[in-house]
Design a protein around this ligand. Sequence first.
Ligand code: ATP
Ligand code: MG
Length: 270
Amino acid sequence: NSVGIDAGGTLSKIVYETESGWECKKIPTVRINEITEWIRARFSYPQLHITGGKAGALLEKLSFPAKKINEFEATCEGVKWLLEKNNLTTETSPRFMVTNVGTGTSIHCVEGDYYERIGGSGMGGGTLLGLTYLLTGEDNYDNILELSKKGDSRSLNITVDDIYSHEVPPISGSLTASNFGNVAKMKSTTLSKEDYIAAVVRMVGETITTMSVQAAERLNTEAIVYIGSTFDGNETLKEIIRTYTELRGKKPFFLENGEFSGAIGALMNN
Ligand code: ATP
Ligand code: MG
């Protein structure tokens, strides 16, 4: 009857033991009563391990005793477990980066039993939702994903080629020189909702990649494991990050169920 919960700023991730193995579930953290109800309906004496920034808020609402687990430790432990399960331990040895793109973004370095938070950024899944809402009025996650696929993410940007228009650029011309920098085009053309969203996804993806690559460079490793619900169903974002990470000479990994790393790590913690 073990249950691991990662109560994040946006989504609560739950991993729990059943007779046939582990099951996963997500509930928006704002619906905190639904989470407590779900636990109550399912377990009589659960062994609860809770992590994430909203762990304290959830603990207050629970009628069960629960153990609070450090979020960064749980996340890194969960990632290690998933890497092992997917036979990726050798490929990510001796050291790898974890970039957790949640509401915000956290970057960690993991080596054996050692882990450290290296840095982070406010550029994350929340940015994707917030800027999209401001620009288009869309706030449904599935709609946003559909629209982002149809847009041209480059139409609002200035590329290196645009700047070096009359000579060979010193770096790849297709790189973004300025996200959302193409004011001239914004004035002269009608841009679609789809283009706006695609451009937001690209900006978030490129920024996160740049930060992750620089951190990996500094820590002398190639492997970057990208996790977080922001990748859930977002093939566009994954593709931008995969391509750009490889272009920068690093090895990107996307884990199936990676967004449950924190909950898995919490569940396993004794
Ligand atoms: P943090 O770790 O920063 O506290 P979190 O753990 O809640 O936040 P995640 O669950 O990893 O963060 O990711 C949240 C992001 O996932 C959202 O900002 C959004 O971009 C994306 N997302 C995926 N599915 C949904 C959904 N059903 N509803 C809302 N956002 C979703
Ligand atoms: Mg989180």
